[in-house]
Design a protein around this ligand. Structure first.
Ligand SMILES: [Zn+2]
Length: 326
């Protein structure tokens, strides 16, 4: 088997549009790319590729998924063959080893946690766009901050309503395992209450675009409530090795050979919407060595832009680090 670390390395490197374009001619439409579906005959394109979400979807025949799915379907490859194909394309030298039962179990758990987070993302987005509370409390907040709807969707923003157990009940009704909901931090310890309530939600993606965790910002003016809370650390979320926005920024960071580090989630999103796509945030922690290594994999140039003293707010502190010196 391919060691899990190398699987991740491959998935981190993959850009869906690169892979699809080996087989299908695509053109830009808005934030997405479209082309003629290779899976069913058509004359007008309904085959969509979303670089932001790293997935494809055909609105004609319904086929969709990530780059691995695309290769499996299009080239008739197994999962491992698809990974080998991608490794070759991206110049990753894989060293295959025997997989232990523990490793199998670990991979299965990680997959399950991603599935639960994906369910939660859809729930939070549904609450944001399709409920009165979501629209009046959260969507209006994002819009006041100048965010467009395509940006809100690309960054996986959402809303967790005040209600005490809506997500927990929905998860149960749709057959999700209660233990996994608790493990990934979406409920309290006994699994009866939602962890995030009355908060606008920020999905925290891993480098391959899967939702690893969430951050929630309170909409209450009550000063005793913490402004931000985050998912706990899990098998799929290690805080000091995660940079907010890195998935959306990695292409621009490589292209421009520079990474901009800002303080908050909203800073990353607003900059991205304004066309400055190489910004990330360290999300609540001070910059760690693990995060620096993550940046260094893509560029040696780091520009840090933090707000100055909030009482002054006249200038921001800008420093430029040359990462090849660390
Ligand atoms: Zn199709």
């Amino acid at each position: 088997m391919i060691p899990p670390k190398q699987v991740q390395e491959i998935l981190d490197a993959v850009r869906i549009e690169d892979v699809v374009q080996e087989f299908v001619t695509l053109r830009k439409r808005g934030v997405n790319m479209i082309g003629l579906c290779p899976f069913h005959g058509e004359k007008t394109p309904s085959f969509n590729v979303s670089p932001a979400r790293n997935i494809f979807k055909c609105f004609g025949c319904g086929k969709g998924g990530d780059a691995v799915t695309f290769l499996r379907e299009h080239e008739n490859l197994t999962y491992v063959e698809a990974l080998r194909w991608l490794a070759r394309k991206y110049g990753i030298d894989i060293q295959e080893v025997e997989r232990s039962p523990e490793q199998v179990a670990e991979l299965q758990l990680a997959d399950s946690l991603y599935i639960v987070n994906d369910f939660a993302l859809q729930h939070f987005q549904d609450q944001l766009f399709n409920t009165d509370e979501g629209k009046s409390v959260a969507l209006s907040y994002f819009k006041q901050r100048g965010l467009r709807e395509d940006t809100i969707r690309a960054f996986g923003l959402g809303y967790a309503p005040e209600q005490r157990d809506l997500l927990v009940r929905r998860a149960k009704a749709t057959g999700h395992n209660n233990d996994l909901i608790r493990k990934v931090g979406l409920s309290n310890q006994d699994g009866t209450r939602d962890f995030f309530r009355g908060r606008v939600m920020f999905a925290i993606h891993n480098l391959s675009g899967k939702v690893a965790a969430f951050a929630g910002r309170t909409m209450s003016s009550d000063k005793t409530i913490p402004k931000y809370i985050n998912s706990p650390e899990t098998e799929i979320y290690v805080k000091n090795k995660t940079l907010y926005g890195a998935f959306q920024a990695k292409k621009a960071i490589r292209q421009q050979d520079e990474c901009i580090l800002v303080e908050g989630y909203m800073d990353v999103i607003s900059l991205h919407q304004a066309g400055i796509e190489n910004a990330v945030a360290s999300s609540g922690t001070s910059l760690t060595e693990g995060q620096l290594h993550l940046i260094k994999r893509n560029t040696n140039n780091l520009k840090i832009i933090y707000d100055g003293d909030p009482a002054v707010k006249l200038r921001c502190v800008v420093s430029i680090l040359r990462l090849n010196r660390i």
